[in-house]
Each structure stands twice: as C-alpha cells, then as structure tokens.
Design a protein around this ligand. Structure first.
Ligand SMILES: Cc1cc2nc3c(=O)[nH]c(=O)nc-3n(C[C@H](O)[C@H](O)[C@H](O)COP(=O)(O)OP(=O)(O)OC[C@H]3O[C@@H](n4cnc5c(N)ncnc54)[C@H](O)[C@@H]3O)c2cc1C
Length: 377
C-alpha cells in the first residue's frame, strides 16, 4: 500500500479510537457488548478486512502496517479489536492463506465487509497450550465430513456466521499429524454455541463453547490439504502473537498517558504526586518499556514481512509486550486510593481496574472520566 494512503488510514483509526471508542468504554464495560452503531461504523471504515487481501475486498496491509494499526486499537478496550480481530486474523487468515479459490471468493469479501463474522475453533478442554492433543474428530461419510467434539474459549462464537474448525481426520495419527481444517457454516445442523463466558476482564469481547454433534459438512468445506491443518493453525497463531504484542504496546501508551495525567493532578501534602521521585520512577519504567516494546514489535514485523523470522520473533515480542506495565518497583502506599485505569486493563498494572467496593464506583468513575477527558485533550 502507498505510504500516504496508509498514513491516512492510520490517522482515521486513531481518530475513531480516541474520539468515538474511548468515550464508549464505560458503556461497553457495563453492557458487555459493542454497540451496533460502532460495529456499523467500523465496517464502513473497512476494519473487518484490513489484513485480508485487496483482491478479495480487504485493505491488504503488510505485517509492518498491521502492527501500526494495532498500536491504535490497543489504546482502547480490547473488545473493540476483538470484534473484527478474528475476521482479519486467526479465522480469515486460514482462508486467505490456505483456502481454495472458491472458498476465498465465497467468504473473504463478506468477511472483509463485516457482513460475516468468522471464528477460529481450535482450543478444547484438554488441548489449550498443546492444541495437538485435540479430540474433535472429522470422519468421512460418502463425500461429506462429519464433525464431533467440543471447542471452548472461542472468540466471537456467539456472533459467528462461520467457524474455521480444526479436527482430527485421521484417528490413527497422534499429535499434530492427521488434523484437518474446515470452514463450517454456523447454521449447520449439529453445531451449537453455548452462552458467552463470564470472563474476569475484556467485557464486550465474547468467547463461548462450540459443540459439534454429527455436524455434516460437504467435501469442499475442507481447507487445504487433508491432515495438514495443524501447520495452518501454527502459521496464523504466530501472526496473531505479533499482533497481540502490538496491541499491548497501545495499551501501555494508554496506561502511561492516564498515569501521567493522574500524577499531574492528584495531590498529597499539597503537591501533585508526580513531584515525588518514586512516582516519577514508576512512570519512567513504563515509558522505557513502552519504547522498547514498540521498537521490538516494529523490528519483528519487518522481519516477518521479509520472511526472515515468522516464528520466534513474534513469540518473543508477545512475551515481552504482554508483561509491560507491571510494577518493577514496590508500589508506594499499597492501600492508597489510585485512579481507575482504562476499563480493559486487566491486571499486572500499577493500579487496579475496578475499586473493590461498589460504593466507591460512581465516585471513581467520575474521576476516571476527568482523566480521560484530559488525556483526550
Ligand atoms: C480471551 C480468550 C480468547 C480466546 N480465543 C480463542 C479463539 O478464538 N480460538 C481458540 O481456539 N482458542 C481461543 N482461546 C484459547 C487459548 O488459546 C487458550 O486459553 C490457551 O491456548 C491456553 O489454554 P488453556 O486455557 O486450556 O490453558 P492450559 O493449557 O490448560 O494451561 C493451564 C496452565 O498450565 C500451564 N501449562 C500448560 N502446559 C504446560 C507445559 N507443557 N509446561 C508448563 N506449564 C504448562 C499454562 O502455562 C497455564 O498456566 C482464547 C482464550 C482466551 C482467554
């Protein structure tokens, strides 16, 4: 993509995130859903397909461009990115990279426009960190395939129109061998989705269990070569790791901005707490780690695009960037009242996400709103 075109897209995303999504964070948190009007606006901007190929209706960004957008998405609740993340990432990429021409034409334009939501169904109860242990089966019956099994923690499952499902098609094989991938219409008889999970964070981003009970799909639901699905899963998961690392860089930027704004105004002993050296040290740590994380993500993305490293670099970047924002020094005044961080910030930060007592909530919400307005100004 032309650099100027990309700059304009990045700026439009930044404006949308900071002027539209950030003010909606409280609502998204409280209602545990993305408002329909935001979904529509996101679709109009092409965000459901920014990483899908241009010839199928996407924007076709490179990995280096993808991470720049993720820096922007990370500045607000991760529920926002989750809405279109599976279309661009784990689900959409399997079809874009490994699908037949017919599958690409059938699904990618409608995923890119936001007409369809795609989900990636790999994880099972005993196949999480080690997905090669999955037990969902796919058996041939005539020319069809019949799927049986249960998946869990599947992002966007309650909204999904199609699932990219990984199942063992060769029961004789163990580990990563003998696993195939399928595109399954969510309306297929035998496919059911459980209620969305009650998570500890990321309100508005839905995950759920998905069950396949004698779910019959046609032969052309198979994506790519039979028995080679595991390699496909690893390929798209690696890309996703780098994207998540970039997302965390955006979150760290938000944490820094909110923390600086708070330290500049909250007073103790008549002085803003930002004048105290230990508070400054906390902020300096966050800033240094933010710069390191951003540089690392950009470097790894460039190497990903050239094909030099599509595996270890993304894992290292995710490891480093998801750890940012945790306290390196002992927080001062452990019982002291602290500002409420962006509602999506799920732990490990200097400061807690929600006050422990409901009675404090309204009070702190007002204060957090003030910080946000200042941060946005
Ligand atoms: C918000 C969210 C969204 C998700 N979305 C999707 C999705 O869209 N599609 C999908 O397929 N999956 C999804 N997942 C599932 C995710 O990929 C799994 O949660 C992840 O792979 C870990 O698996 P698990 O939760 O079963 O944990 P486990 O693998 O059971 O791990 C539990 C603990 O054991 C440790 N552990 C495991 N193996 C080892 C080992 N060999 N050595 C040392 N320690 C070990 C882990 O580090 C962890 O602390 C999602 C999960 C979350 C939380």
């Amino acid at each position: 993509m032309d650099a100027e075109d990309f700059r304009q897209i990045r700026n439009a995303v930044r404006t949308l995130v900071r002027e539209v999504v950030v003010p909606l964070e409280e609502r998204i948190e409280d209602e545990d859903r993305i408002p329909d009007e935001l979904r529509e606006r996101t679709a109009e901007m092409g965000l459901f397909g920014y990483a899908l190929p241009e010839e199928y209706g996407g924007l076709g960004v490179s990995m280096a461009e993808d991470v720049e957008l993720a820096f922007e998405f990370g500045y607000t609740t991760p529920a926002f990115r989750s809405l279109f993340g599976t279309n661009n990432g784990i689900a959409g990429q399997v079809i874009a990279k490994f699908g037949s021409e017919e599958q690409k034409k059938a699904y990618l334009p409608r995923l890119a426009s936001g007409e369809l939501i795609g989900s990636f169904a790999l994880t099972e109860a005993e196949a999480g960190s080690d997905p090669a242990g999955l037990r969902t089966t796919a058996r041939r019956d005539g020319t069809d395939w019949v799927l049986d099994g249960a998946k869990r923690y599947i992002t966007n499952a309650p909204l999904a129109d199609l699932f990219v499902v990984f199942a063992r098609s060769d029961p004789e094989q163990r580990g990563g061998r003998g696993i195939s991938s399928f595109v399954v219409d969510a309306r297929t008889p035998g496919v059911t989705v459980g209620p969305h999970d009650k998570k500890m964070g990321q309100a508005g981003a839905w995950t759920a269990e998905v069950f396949f009970d004698d779910a019959r799909v046609p032969a052309d639901a198979l994506v790519g070569e039979e028995g080679r699905g595991y390699a496909k899963a690893l390929t798209v998961l690696s890309r996703g790791r780098l994207h998540i690392a970039a997302l965390c860089v955006g979150m760290a930027q938000r944490v820094l901005d909110e923390s600086v704004a708070y330290a500049a105004t909250a007073k103790q002993g008549g002085a803003p707490i930002g004048r105290f050296q230990l508070v400054q040290a906390h902020l300096a740590d966050i800033h240094a780690e933010l710069l390191a994380g951003r540089a690392m993500v950009r470097d790894v993305a460039a190497r990903y695009d050239t094909g030099e490293d599509t595996s270890i670099g993304p894992s290292s970047a995710k490891l480093f960037c998801t750890e940012n924002g945790r306290p390196r020094r002992r927080p001062c005044g452990a019982g002291a009242r602290r500002p409420r961080l962006p509602p999506h910030h799920t732990g490990r930060a200097l400061l807690p996400r929600r006050p422990a007592l409901p009675a404090l909530r309204g009070h702190q919400r007002g204060a957090a709103g003030d910080h946000r307005r200042r941060a946005a100004a």
